[in-house]
Design a protein around this ligand. Structure first.
Ligand SMILES: [Zn+2]
Length: 110
């Protein structure tokens, strides 16, 4: 069974299986390359985990901010609806007054 070099991808058709065996193509020691790659992978995984944690924190913060913004929007909408209601009441009473004045004016004189 051949051994593939993790550094140069050269396949050694007859590896000796010795601890310090080197790749015949690039001279890299298999165990050393494997160790370095494992270290690199571990560092990358740790970095990824840290990044994900930071992202989760950021997302949580954003969600909180969004919720607060939504609450403020609802509050604003409620206020606007209330103002609308008040203004529509004023308008309808004004209309009523207008109608009243109009009918009063149109009332035929005796
Ligand atoms: Zn190699």
């Amino acid at each position: 069974m051949g051994k593939t070099c993790l550094k140069c991808s050269h396949i050694n058709p007859a590896p000796s299986g010795k601890a310090m065996e080197a790749c015949p193509a690039c001279g890299a020691i298999y165990t050393k390359v494997e160790y370095v790659l494992a270290q690199r992978e571990q560092a990358r995984a740790a970095q990824q985990a840290a990044k994900e944690a930071a992202e989760a924190k950021q997302a949580q913060k954003a969600a909180k901010a969004q919720a607060a913004q939504k609450a403020a929007e609802v509050k604003r909408a409620n206020k606007a609806a209330k103002a609308e209601l008040v203004s529509s009441c004023i308008n309808s009473s004004t209309n009523k007054t207008d109608t009243f004045v109009f009918t009063a004016r149109r009332k035929p004189q005796p």
